[in-house]
Design a protein around this ligand. Structure first.
Ligand code: F6P
Length: 570
């Protein structure tokens, strides 16, 4: 029993009662009553082992959650998703990313038409181009064999390929350097073009919509940079567009055989397994990309066919909802004990928060409960020396995903063992903590310092899921990412939100356009020297400007004043 558990469940009904009961029992209590839960709440899938035993759930809770999943139509939505129905209701389209992993002989319908042949054909085209780059038959912007590939794209057009390329960077050929340019920050551009050989540079412009401002500006800047360095126009064949709007790319001058296509029934953050994965094919080779897809496919089949009680993404999805709604978890913290997976939290952050950061159901009515908590994380063991203190002794309820790899592939086996031991230790500490009684019985050197007992107690009962990969290879990574993709959809359907849209990001994009105008044109009182409290009116400021609120105005004034000052002092 833990009287210090951060979770304070409230509400009525059997789930709320159960939550109170389980919080009172604590994980120690649950393991004491059922020592078999370490095995019973764990599931294997290919080379993956997913242990849910340290979640604050028991058989009854899982049964309740699965009942709820059934009654909320989660299983029906899953079946409709695989059938190519318009499950992305607000954008009136399918969400058929599972078709992207199709193999010969599979069948996936969109609007009654089998799309598998198109998927395989685009994948084949992408693979051929990637091979051409890898073997030197495709040339860079100035005609030299390709040595650098700059991938311009943001969000879903960046995070997935960046994660996979980074995970297996050591397997990329020595002569090929694949780098990503996402942010519109000139610093990002400077880094992406640092020590780049223009003549040997190949450019991938990846954008589902082909209208994203950051990507358009960066793509244009890279093109200009190459022209300047080469002293002539870069070879058109050294640019490829990856997009769901091939006609826009064509209008912008991309050659037809340099346009790789995917479809509007693929959400950006679910698009890695489309030709958005082209950089992976280049860096790691088409065969490894195929292995990644096999891993995704393994989990697709499992998600589609396994009974709910043994269906891993359904279980992890309903448990995530339990943590958010019944245990009040404010954060979900993702900790890969693998430097190769350092970008996993960023990829998952977009997947989960863009999908589930919603307050109304698909039909527009309020959700009526919390939806996804914040998701963030970082690699172990580094995180242990940074934010783990907060996990262990902070006051907010939080759930943690610990991800480990059994067989290292970088030598130093002893280091790898230490890494794995740290994962095991942290899982245990998060779950069971250390009580005052245990401190008393010694072993931690606290004897003789009774005044520090309260400081040293670690309450435990931080629910965690441990995911082990027998090895980190493309197939297992595919399995891991697919588990999360489907888990996110399950959570969305539990809440009744549409996990496939992202209307909330539009406002900021629109206001950024207006904010640029303010930076250029100024705001009222702009020319005044405010340090002397003098204000003057500007007649050229648009009336009723929707962005010129007092805070924005003050910020714009400060920016413009600071610019004037640095101009006059230079
Ligand atoms: O941030 C919004 C968003 O639309 C994401 O959903 C998407 O992944 C990203 O922008 C990039 O969009 P695109 O691939 O169309 O450039």
């Amino acid at each position: 029993m833990s009287d210090q558990n951060a979770a304070r469940p409230d509400g009525e009904g059997r789930p709320a009662e159960k939550a109170r009961e389980l919080v009172a029992a604590g994980l120690r209590g649950l393991f004491a009553t059922d020592p078999t839960r370490g095995r019973r709440f764990a599931h294997s899938l290919g080379g993956l082992y997913v242990d849910l035993s340290r979640q604050l759930v028991d058989d009854e809770v899982l049964a309740l959650l699965l009942e709820e999943a059934e009654s909320r139509g989660v299983l029906a939505m899953r079946d409709r998703m695989f059938a190519g129905d318009l499950v992305n209701v607000t954008e009136r389209r399918a969400a058929l990313h599972v078709a992207l992993r199709a193999a010969e002989g599979d069948r996936y319908l969109v609007d009654g038409r089998d799309v598998v042949a198109d998927v395989l054909e685009e994948r084949r085209r992408a693979a051929a181009l990637a091979e051409g780059i890898r073997t030197g038959s495709v040339r860079g912007a100035g005609g030299a064999p390709v040595g650098h590939v700059v991938v311009v794209g943001i969000g879903g057009s960046h995070l997935g390929p960046a994660l996979v390329c980074d995970a297996f960077g050591d397997l990329a050929p020595e002569h090929l350097d694949v780098r990503f340019l996402s942010n519109v920050d000139p610093a990002a551009f400077a880094r992406a073009t640092r020590r780049l050989d223009a003549s040997a540079t190949f450019v991938v412009v990846c954008s589902k919509s082909f209208t994203t401002d950051e990507t358009r500006r960066n793509a244009a800047a890279v093109r200009r940079w190459l022209s300047e360095r080469l002293g002539r126009e870069p070879e058109p064949d050294a640019f490829v567009a990856v997009t769901a709007r091939p006609q826009v790319a064509e209008e912008e001058g991309f050659a037809q055989d340099r346009i790789l296509r995917f479809w509007d029934w693929v959400g950006g953050r679910f698009s890695l397994t489309s030709v958005v994965g082209f950089p992976v094919m280049v860096a790691l080779g088409p065969d490894r990309f195929e292995q990644l897809l096999e891993g995704f496919r393994d989990v697709d089949v499992h998600f589609r066919d396994a009974a709910a009680e043994a269906n891993i993404p359904i279980l992890t999805g309903v448990v995530a909802v339990w943590n958010a709604n019944h245990l009040g978890c404010s954060s979900r913290v993702v900790v890969p004990y693998s430097t190769d997976l350092a970008l996993l939290p960023a990829w998952l952050q977009q997947l989960e928060l863009e999908s589930l950061g919603k307050r109304v159901r698909a039909d527009g009515t309020p959700v009526g409960s919390e939806t996804a908590p914040a998701l963030w994380g970082g690699v172990g063991t580094d995180g242990q020396h940074a934010f783990f203190q907060w996990l262990h002794q902070g006051t907010w309820p939080v759930s943690v995903d610990l991800i480990g790899v059994v067989e290292g592939r970088h030598g130093l086996p002893e280091h790898h063992e230490v890494l794995l031991a740290n994962l095991l230790a942290q899982g245990r500490a998060l779950a069971f903590g250390r009580s005052a009684h245990e401190l008393d019985s010694g072993g931690d050197g606290a004897e003789g310092a009774p005044d520090l007992v309260a400081h040293r107690v670690v309450p435990g009962d931080r629910p965690s899921t441990t995911i082990l990969l027998d090895r980190l290879d493309p197939r297992n990574l595919g399995r891991l990412l697919a588990l999360y993709e489907h888990e996110v959809a399950v959570q969305g359907w539990m809440w009744g939100v549409n996990p496939f849209d992202q209307f909330g990001v539009e406002l900021g994009k629109e206001l950024a356009v207006r904010a640029r105008e303010l930076l250029r044109d100024g705001v009222a009182g702009d020319d005044a020297d405010q340090s002397e409290g003098v204000d003057s009116d500007r007649s050229d400021v648009p009336e009723g400007s929707d962005i010129a609120d007092p805070a924005t105005e003050a910020l714009v004034r400060w920016v413009r004043r600071s610019r004037r000052q640095s101009r006059s002092s230079s």
